[in-house]
Design a protein around this ligand. Structure first.
Ligand code: FES
Length: 303
């Protein structure tokens, strides 16, 4: 009986390899980017864990339990980043894969019940997809190309020489390495923080679009510096120009301008924003980031 089951598990391991690799990258990226972004743990920043929890509490079905997270947001933020790193490393190495999958499912479930609870339709939430994408690894384990499989082989070949501790040490070293990487990234100004500073203060005035290209009662999409910095420039009334970062504060999709009456809509999880960029509904934790602009020499420019 045991052999066919092992054989099946081996085959499943190959089939699961792309999924395991993808999920490992997602969790490693999530953990490292949290550690590397100084705003995530800065309670004063609108991009912090504290600001996100404050914004989502009222709409979350577990909002009552989020009070403790809100008042200890730095501790919970660090714990979350480390947990994501640990899950990513567990999946990447195939070490204690079922435990890593269970931890990842817990993280995805908590994010689904909070950050992406307002997604509409509900199945468009990425977190609910991650939750179920991890179930095959919870059930079948990692299979091939994993430390779990190597440990199984070693145990069968050398019953008296348990190498679990050595494998654990490898996993722990990888976790510390990933945290050091994140902290090293933190010591350099990140792309996102540079961008925020540009929008907030330091952008030397630069033209965004000729005035004539922005229809009265409409909007035109522009780029602030490069294609990965999209923005909307609006002229809701003749001669009155406003601009917003076009990236949705939820997960960064480019929002669509609907109309001067209906404002903006995010195509990914259907957050909506009024023409002044304020959040109306959906999972976005706050409104669109405004970009101060002025008119000079026939152009709408950043201030
Ligand atoms: S609502 Fe999720 S990215 Fe906009």
């Amino acid at each position: 009986m045991a052999e066919p089951w092992r054989e099946r598990a081996r085959q499943v391991g190959w089939v699961l390899l792309p999924l395991r690799a993808f999920l490992a990258i997602v969790f490693l990226d999530g953990g490292i980017s949290k550690i590397a972004d100084p705003r995530f743990l800065d309670d004063a920043s609108p991009l912090s864990m504290h600001a996100s929890v404050t914004a989502i509490r009222a709409n979350s079905p577990i909002g009552g339990a989020l009070g403790v997270v809100q008042s200890h947001s730095v501790a919970f933020g660090v714990a979350m980043a480390v947990a994501e790193l640990a899950v990513g490393i567990g999946l990447a190495l195939g070490l204690f894969t079922r435990i890593a999958a269970a931890g990842g499912m817990l993280l995805a479930l908590s994010l689904w019940l909070t950050v992406s609870w307002g997604a509409s339709p509900w199945f468009t939430s990425a977190d609910v997809v991650y939750l179920f994408a991890l179930t095959p690894l919870l059930i079948a384990g990692a299979g091939w190309l994993s430390l779990d499989a190597w440990l199984d082989r070693m145990r069968a070949a050398h019953p008296r020489d348990d190498r679990t501790r050595r494998a654990l040490l490898a996993g722990g070293t990888a976790l510390v390495g990933a945290m050091v990487l994140g902290l090293a990234a933190l010591s350099r100004p990140s792309h996102r923080s540079r961008r925020q500073r540009q929008i907030d203060t330091a952008l030397p005035s630069q033209p965004l679009t000729p005035v004539g290209d922005v229809p009265v009662g409409g909007a035109v999409q522009v780029t602030v510096r490069s294609a990965d910095e999209p923005a909307w420039v609006l002229q809701l009334q003749a001669g009155a120009f406003t601009a917003f970062d076009a990236r949705c504060p939820h997960q960064g999709c480019i929002v669509d301008f609907v109309s001067a009456a209906d404002g903006f809509a995010c195509p990914c999880h259907h957050s909506r924003f009024d023409p002044q960029g304020r959040r109306l509904d959906g999972p976005a934790p706050r409104g669109l980031t405004p970009i101060p602009v002025r008119v000079q020499d026939g152009d709408v420019r950043t201030r």
